[in-house]
Write a protein that binds this ligand. Structure first.
Ligand code: 4AD
Ligand code: MG
Length: 447
C-alpha cells in the first residue's frame, strides 16, 4: 500500500541522487540484491542509471512494508520511497532510508531471475543476453558505448561534416567478395553492406566532408574475439584529402573519443576495472610506422622468440602480429603503406612505390589491434577499372562508382572505425561480444 500523503515526493534517479540529499524521493526500478542482518534489511535497488543501497530497520517501517521487502525476489520491479542520506562508505556516496515500497511485478519465488550474482560461463550469459544486460558491469559498458558514439558524432558535427546514410542493401562488394551476406532482393541477388564507403565517396563529391554511421556486415567464418558478423562502423570521407590528412583526422578523432569517455564516464570505467591512467595518455600525435618497419619489428619479435612464425614481407598482418606490434606502444600506432595486393581494390597506389597502397591501419595499444582502416582512394578512371577487373568484381555494378572518376574526380580519402573494437579497447574487454547490446557472431543469432 502506498502511504497517503497530500504531496508526492519528487521522482529521482540514482545517478543524480545527490541533488536530493536529505529529501524524500521516489526511485522507480528493480531490486538488484537483498541482504538481511537481524532486524535490518539492506535492499540494493537499481534504476538503469546506477545502484543504491536501501536501509530498512524493522522499527522504522510498517510490518507490511518490512515483510514485503524481506520477501522480495531479485529483479522484481519496485517503486521505492525513501530519504536520501549521504554516506561516505556507500559506493555512490548515498544511501536510502526506505519508508515504503510498491511492488510493480514480483519475480516468482519458484522461477527466479536466471542470472545470479555468482559466476556464469559466457555461453550461458550470451543465451540470456536479454537479462544479462541488466547487470551493473554490462550497463556500464553500454553507457560507455553510448558515450563513444556521442563523441564520434560530435567530433564530425563540430568540424562541418554532413552525416549521409548509405544504403544497407547493396548490389556489390566493397571489402572483398568472400565475406558477403546474400539477400534475395525480389529475385535479384543483393548483399548486406560491408561498409558505406563507396556511397559516401559519392556524397563527399556532393558535400565535401561527410560521414556515415551505421550497421555493416561481414560473413567471414571467423571465431576470433575481434569479429562480429554485424557491427557498427563510423566512416568519414573527405574530398581533396590525402593519406596524411586522414591520418591526422584519425588520431584527433580517437583522442577526442577517449578523452570524452575519461571525462564523462569515469565511474563506468571504474565499474569495468579499467586502468584510466592508460586512457588519459591517449592524446595525438600518435606514432606512425610504415608497413616495412612493422615487418622489421615482427621479424625481430620472431627472432626473440616472442612470435611463433616469422613474418614475411608481402602478407597482411594477422591478429597475433597486430597484438605484438600494438603492445609495443602506449598509444595507438598508425601503420601505413601496406602492399596493395593484401588490401582492397579501391586504394590509391603510393607514387613512390606503386606496389604499396596509400593506406593506414590504426592499431590500439595493449594488444587490441586494428580499430581503424582507411586510405586514399584511386583517382584515375582507367586504373580503377583495371582493379575492378583484377578483383573479379562485376563491372556493371560499379558503373556508378567509376562515374565519380569521370565527372570531376578529385583526390579523396577516408577511414572506418568499428565501434565495437573501440568499445572493447576503451573498456579493456577481452571479447567484442560484450560491446554491443545483442552480438551477432558465427554461432549466435539468439536472442
Ligand atoms: O578495415 P575495414 O574492413 O575497412 C573498411 O571497411 C573501409 N571501407 C573503411 C573506410 O575506409 N571507410 O573495416 C574498418 C573497421 C576495422 O578497422 C574494424 O575496427 C572494424 O571496421 N571491423 C570489424 N569490427 C568487428 N567485427 C568485424 N568483423 C569487423 N571488420 C571490420
Ligand atoms: Mg581493415
Amino acid at each position: 500500500m502506498e502511504t497517503t500523503t497530500t504531496t508526492q515526493p519528487p521522482i529521482g534517479t540514482i545517478a543524480k541522487i545527490g541533488q536530493h540529499d536529505g529529501q524524500t524521493v521516489i526511485i522507480r526500478g528493480w531490486l538488484y540484491n537483498l541482504r538481511e542482518s537481524g532486524k535490518l534489511l539492506f535492499p540494493i535497488f537499481r534504476d538503469g542509471t546506477g545502484v543504491i543501497q536501501g536501509v530498512v530497520p524493522k522499527s522504522q517501517v510498517t510490518p507490511e512494508t518490512f515483510e514485503t521487502i524481506k520477501n522480495l525476489t531479485l529483479e522484481s520491479s519496485v517503486v521505492v520511497t525513501g530519504k536520501v542520506r549521504a554516506d561516505k562508505r556507500a559506493p555512490g556516496g548515498y544511501e536510502l532510508d526506505v519508508s515504503d515500497v510498491r511492488v510493480v511485478e514480483k519475480v516468482p519465488v519458484d522461477d527466479p531471475f536466471p542470472i545470479s550474482l555468482k559466476e556464469h560461463g559466457p555461453d550461458f550469459l550470451m543465451e540470456h543476453r536479454h537479462l544479462w544486460v541488466r547487470t551493473p558491469r554490462q550497463t556500464a559498458i553500454l553507457r560507455i558505448r553510448h558515450e563513444i558514439i556521442r563523441a564520434a558524432r560530435n567530433f564530425f558535427d563540430e568540424r562541418g561534416f554532413v552525416l549521409t546514410d548509405p544504403p544497407i542493401l547493396t548490389p556489390a562488394a566493397c571489402e572483398g567478395t568472400s565475406t558477403l551476406f546474400p539477400v534475395n532482393y525480389f529475385e535479384e541477388q543483393a548483399y548486406l553492406t560491408q561498409s558505406g564507403q563507396l556511397y559516401i565517396e559519392a556524397t563527399a563529391m556532393a558535400l565535401g566532408k561527410v560521414y556515415s554511421f551505421g550497421p555493416t556486415f561481414r560473413a567471414e567464418k571467423s571465431k576470433t574475439r575481434r569479429h562480429l558478423t554485424e557491427f557498427w562502423m563510423v566512416e568519414p570521407e573527405v574530398a581533396y584529402a590525402q593519406l596524411d590528412d586522414i591520418m591526422e583526422l584519425a588520431e584527433n578523432f580517437i583522442s577526442h573519443i577517449v578523452q570524452s569517455v575519461v571525462a564523462n564516464r569515469r565511474d563506468d570505467l571504474k565499474a569495468v576495472d579499467r586502468d584510466v591512467t592508460k586512457l588519459e595518455n591517449i592524446k595525438a600525435p600518435f606514432p606512425r610506422i610504415t608497413y616495412d618497419e612493422a615487418v622489421k619489428r615482427l621479424q625481430e619479435g620472431h627472432q626473440k622468440g616472442q612470435l611463433e612464425t616469422r613474418f614475411e614481407w608481402g602478407g597482411d598482418l594477422g591478429s597475433p602480429d597486430e597484438t605484438y606490434l600494438s603492445s609495443q606502444f602506449d598509444r595507438p600506432v598508425m601503420v601505413h603503406r601496406y602492399p596493395a595486393k593484401v588490401k582492397a581494390f579501391y586504394m590509391e597506389p603510393d607514387p613512390g612505390n606503386p606496389e604499396l597502397a596509400l593506406c593506414v591501419d590504426v592499431l590500439a595499444p595493449e594488444g587490441y589491434g586494428e580499430i581503424i582502416g582507411g586510405s586514399q582512394r584511386i583517382g584515375d578512371y582507367d586504373l580503377l577499372l583495371q582493379r575492378i577487373r583484377e578483383h573479379g568484381l562485376p563491372e556493371e555494378a560499379f558503373k556508378w562508382y567509376l562515374d565519380l572518376r569521370k565527372y570531376g574526380g578529385v583526390p579523396h580519402a577516408g577511414f572506418g572505425m568499428g565501434i565495437e573494437r573501440a568499445v572493447a579497447w576503451i573498456c579493456g574487454l577481452e571479447h567484442v561480444r560484450e560491446t554491443i547490446p545483442f552480438a551477432r557472431t558465427l554461432t549466435r543469432i539468439y536472442p
